[in-house]
Design a protein around this ligand. Structure first.
Ligand code: AMP
Length: 134
């Protein structure tokens, strides 16, 4: 009973947060209110260079609509998520890192290391990635 109520409250809170775009830096980049080095844009997604690159290529691919994290995804977002991945593959080819390989990361929540609460894929490459992760 309590669990169901908390789940309901969390879902409600997530829906409210998902419409709060006025303070989100990635929403501002999508809408051109904030500057970024944009490398790709279409009607569903925007990609720009990370301000603190972890490797020679470090691009963030974000949905244009505000989605807080993987936790906030709905069934209707499945096409969008596929689009983020095909955009990553396209950018990896354009950056010339598809042959040697790269890493795609989506941090989720505090323990996942997420610091910007607008869903994004990190496309990182141009050097050999280190292990272990975590
Ligand atoms: P995460 O920690 O997974 O949420 O990743 C957020 C990423 O966004 C970090 O790698 C930051 O360096 C990057 N970032 C934050 N603000 C900006 C910005 N204004 N332009 C480009 N990248 C940013």
């Amino acid at each position: 009973m309590l669990k169901a109520y908390l789940t309901h409250l969390f879902a409600r809170f997530s829906r409210i947060r998902s419409t709060m775009t006025d303070t989100c830096i990635f929403c501002k980049i999508v809408s051109n209110e904030a500057k970024a080095t944009i490398v790709y844009r279409d009607e569903q997604a925007t990609a720009f260079r990370d301000i603190h690159p972890a490797a020679p290529t470090h691009i963030l691919i974000v949905p244009n609509k505000h989605v807080e994290s993987v936790n906030a995804l709905q069934a209707e977002d499945e096409q969008l998520i596929g689009h983020l991945f095909t955009t990553a593959a396209r950018l990896a080819r354009e950056e010339g890192i598809d042959g040697d390989g790269y890493r795609l990361i989506t941090n989720t929540g505090i323990d996942g290391g997420q610091t910007v609460f607008h869903l994004h894929l990190h496309l990182i490459g141009g050097q050999r990635m280190r292990y272990p992760m975590g």
